[in-house]
Design a protein around this ligand. Structure first.
Ligand code: ADP
Ligand code: MG
Length: 420
């Protein structure tokens, strides 16, 4: 048995208090410790952070972690600090730091105390920081949310495109890319842009066996249909996604009038109201949040029992992320989407105001949503295929958990003929 193996289990327990690795974590960590370029694709909640945090903590030098959001970085730094008695074990380097704070960060890195340094991609381009980082030992560079590098992803950040050039200036360090975006196109883009075709890829399954997928045709009666659905799930937590703020307000009001406890959530509400509504949902003071896509990032309510799409999302990637908020605890999660071609045209109209390249990508992504909504094959099979994964409904977990499998369209027609 390899001594590495024994050690990483011990270190896992020591730093994180966990007895076991989750999914592919162990393989990924070994790959990182072997200084290999590594590409990690795991769904949200899969445990990607630990894949780079553990090797960073047990190796010489400082690991640089590139992350797109200051809030995410701060959360992670706080979490790491809580595992240690040394505040300096993890730092964020960004433009909001004072001169004194920057001096402290540099001191902690130089002394070898800092194991994880979180940076926004634009900070990494700063001469001053880059010059400094060239003088200290770097264990590896992890690029979290690596899909930000791709225009095919849902969160393109042009600054991510410069990363490879910058990392090269740090010398011969290995790169770890991590993302929850599983589409083959985005993966190709990531590998190409980071120039790491040699990377070992670790991809977890994206199958969410406990989620039931259903698409209903959107009609004039959608509101009463939604109310009936919610009343059938009385007292259960759910999220309803709408395209516009106006629709969010309108639906929340309709629900309230019909005796359903619901609050709206969108970026047009002030921060205090948003926080309040989010807390009400988390604390179960209300059952339902009616929201735009502004709601959900980082929200970890394990017992969301349904996610309704009042309007179709702009890509299957978003659909997967949004429906993925249901059934985190492994219990029931009903994902109901309403579909009408009129909504597709609306989304196309939005897109037509955008730059041409963005338009083309937007249309292509939208076509996949249309195909999903109109398919008569298993929704789960369709979704997983979109993520480059083959699924067999006979043998796969959750193989009968969608409307098309439960009520095949062709069979229904055949039955109708018999009755007539
Ligand atoms: P991701 O970045 O893939 O969305 P996170 O890194 O945020 O996921 O991890 C999700 C959750 O899983 C966290 O609460 C984390 O503490 C937990 N987790 C990670 N690894 C393990 C493990 N080996 N055992 C138990 N829980 C874990
Ligand atoms: Mg993450």
């Amino acid at each position: 048995m390899n001594s590495n193996e024994i050690d990483i289990h011990k270190e896992l327990k020591k730093y994180f208090g966990f007895n076991q690795f989750k999914g592919l974590q162990e393989q990924v960590i070994k790959s990182i410790l072997n200084k290999e370029n590594t590409f990690v694709i795991m769904p949200t909640g899969g445990g990607k952070s630990l894949c780079y945090q553990l090797p960073a903590l047990i190796q010489e030098g400082t690991a640089i972690v590139v992350s797109p959001l200051i809030a995410l970085m701060k959360n992670q730094v706080d979490a790491i600090r809580s595992l240690s008695s040394e505040n300096g074990i993890a730092h964020v380097l960004n433009s909001s730091l004072t001169k004194t704070e920057i001096a402290q960060v540099k001191k902690d890195i130089t002394s070898g105390l800092t194991k994880l340094l979180y940076v926004a991609p634009e900070s990494l381009t700063k001469e001053e920081y880059l010059n400094f980082l060239q003088t200290v030992p770097i264990s590896f560079v992890a690029i979290d949310e690596a899909h930000c590098i791709s225009e095919w992803g849902h969160d393109f950040r042009p600054e991510y495109r410069n990363l490879k050039g910058i990392i090269k200036q740090l010398g011969d360090v290995s790169i770890i890319g991590l993302t929850a975006t599983a589409t083959p196109k985005v993966q190709e883009d990531i590998l190409k842009n980071l120039d790491m075709s040699d990377a070992t890829t670790y991809k977890a399954s994206f199958n969410r066996a406990n989620l039931y997928y259903e698409v209903r045709t959107k009609t004039k009666n959608i509101e009463s249909d939604i109310i009936r659905f919610i009343k059938q799930h009385k007292g259960k937590s759910g999220i309803i996604y709408c395209l516009s703020r106006k629709k969010v307000e309108a639906i929340a009001e309709v629900l309230q009038v019909n005796g359903i406890s619901a609050v709206p959530y969108h970026a047009g509400l002030d921060a205090k109201t948003r926080a309040k509504h989010q807390d009400m949902f988390l604390m179960e003071d209300v059952d339902v949040v009616v929201a735009t896509i502004a709601f959900g990032m980082g929200i970890d309510k394990p017992d969301v029992r349904f996610v309704i799409h009042h309007d179709i999302p702009k890509s299957l990637e978003s659909y997967y992320q949004e429906t993925g908020r249901a059934g985190r605890d492994g219990g029931e999660g009903h994902c109901l989407a309403y579909y009408s071609y009129k909504d597709v045209e609306k989304l196309e109209k939005f897109l037509s105001g955008k730059p041409v390249a963005e338009q083309e990508i937007g249309f292509a992504l939208l076509q996949e949503v249309v195909a999903y909504a109109e398919t008569s094959m298993s929704r789960r099979k369709f979704l997983l295929h979109y993520f480059g994964e083959e699924f067999d409904n006979e043998t796969g977990d959750g193989g009968d958990m969608d409307d098309n499998v439960r009520n095949p369209k062709i069979k229904v027609e055949a039955k109708d003929q018999v009755v007539k």
